[in-house]
Design a protein around this ligand. Sequence first.
Ligand SMILES: Cc1cc2nc3c(=O)[nH]c(=O)nc-3n(C[C@H](O)[C@H](O)[C@H](O)COP(=O)(O)OP(=O)(O)OC[C@H]3O[C@@H](n4cnc5c(N)ncnc54)[C@H](O)[C@@H]3O)c2cc1C
Length: 426
Amino acid sequence: MSDEERRNGPIPSCSDKKVPTKGHTIAIQITTRAGNDAPEQRVCVIGAGKSGLIACKVLHERRVPFDCFEASSQVGGLWVLNSDSGLSASYESLRINTSKQMTSFHDFPMPQHYPTYPTRKEILEYLEAYADHFGFRGCITFRTEVTRVEPLPDSSFRVFTEDKATGHTVARLYTSVVVANGHHWNAAWPELPGTFTGTLMHSHEYRTPKSMEGKRLMVIGAGNSGMDIASEASQLSRGSQASFKFPPPKFGLLRVHPTVSPGTGDILQLIKDGKVAVRPGIERIEDHTVHFPDGTKEDIDIIVCATGYNVCCPFLPSEVEVLKEDKPQLLLNVAHPHAPGIFFLGFVQAHGPMIPCVEGQMPWVADLIQGIAELPEKAQMEAKIAKQHDFNRRNFTQVKRHALMVEFHRYLLQLRAAKMQVKAVC
Ligand SMILES: Cc1cc2nc3c(=O)[nH]c(=O)nc-3n(C[C@H](O)[C@H](O)[C@H](O)COP(=O)(O)OP(=O)(O)OC[C@H]3O[C@@H](n4cnc5c(N)ncnc54)[C@H](O)[C@@H]3O)c2cc1C
C-alpha cells in the first residue's frame, strides 16, 4: 500500500458498528461494501496484541473485510500494565528479552533512540504507533470480548461478542476466524505439598516488588518471570529473602527457553552473593514453613508461583483443542485439522522473538483465507502434526510450559515453504 493510500484513511473493511438493545443478543447482517476484492469473505480477529495487530495489518493491506475484537480498551495485549481486561501479565520493570533489532516488525523498525532491550512502556508505544501507521485502528472494537465461536453447517462461523461496558451481546457471521488471544493469561498453578497459610500468588498478578518489602519470599519456577521477580524482590529491604525451586537441568542447552534475560542478568550474581537462595524443590509445607528435600526449612510470607500458563481459548468449541496431552494439535501451530476456517496466531514459543514468527504465519493464513493456498487433507495434516510431535520430542524438553516450542529459524522456513506451496509443508 502506498503512503498516499495510507493518508487517505482506513480502507472500509469493518462491519457496521450497531448499538444493541440492552439485555438482548442481536444478530448483525453481513453487508458487503463496494471496492472489496473478495466481498464474500469476512474475517473475525480475536485480540489486538502483537499477533492480532499483525493479522489486522495484513488483512487491511489485502483489502479483506474484517473486524477485530479486543477485550481491553487498548491495543498491545501483554505489554499493557494493569490492562482493564485483567489478562495482561505485565509488571512494572518488564522489558523485552529479545533485542529490538530482532523483535521489530519487518517493515516498521523500532525508533533509533530505543535501547537494545526496550521497556514494556516503549514496546506499548511502538505497538500503538504500528496500529496508527498502517491505519487499521478503526477496525478494532475495544472493550469487547469474544465469548463464543459457533461453527455453522455452511463452514461459516457465528461469533458472539460481549460489550464489557454494557453487557450487551451481539452475534455476527464470519467466513474465517483468526484466534490471537495470547497464551499468557490463564495461570497454571502447581500442586503444593501441604497447606500454606501465607500469601499465595501467581506471577500473573505481580506488578512491583513494593508489597514484598521486608517479607520472606519464595518464588517457584525458574523461567524469565520467576527470575525477574526473584531478582527484583531480593534487592529490597534487609530481611527479605528470595528462594526458588531450581532443579538441576536434566536436558541440553536450548532444549528450553533460556532463563537468564536482560532483565534478570544479575540473578547469577545475586545467587553468588547469597541474596537469592537456590532450593531443589519443596518437600512439604506446613503453615508458613517450607521444608526442602535437603532437610533445611524456611519460614516464608509470600509464595509467588511463576509456573507458567494454560493455553486456553474458552470461546472455541471443545473439539477444537490447541493442546492435547500437552502436544499442539495444529499444523505449524496455526491450522487445526478439525476446524478449517479457524487459524491461530502467536501460539508459539521460540528461542527468538514472537513478531517474526507471527509475521511468518499471517501471510500464509491470509493466503488460506483468500483461497490462494489450501490446507492439505485432514489425514495428511494429522500425519504432519505427528511428525512435529516427533521433532519436538527429540529436540525440546517435554514439559507443559514448553508445549508450544518451535525451532525459530526452521519454523520461519517451514512457514515460508507453506506459503509458497502448501504441498511442500514440513
Ligand atoms: C513476561 C513475558 C515476557 C515476554 N517477553 C517477550 C519478549 O521479550 N520478546 C518476545 O518476542 N516475546 C515475549 N513474550 C511473549 C509474548 O507473549 C509475545 O511477545 C506477545 O506479546 C504475545 O502477543 P499476542 O498478541 O499473541 O498475545 P497478547 O499480547 O497476550 O494479546 C492477546 C490480546 O487478546 C485479547 N483477548 C484475549 N481474549 C480475548 C477475547 N476472548 N476477546 C477479545 N480479546 C481477547 C487480550 O486482551 C490481549 O489484548 C513474553 C511473554 C511474557 C509472559
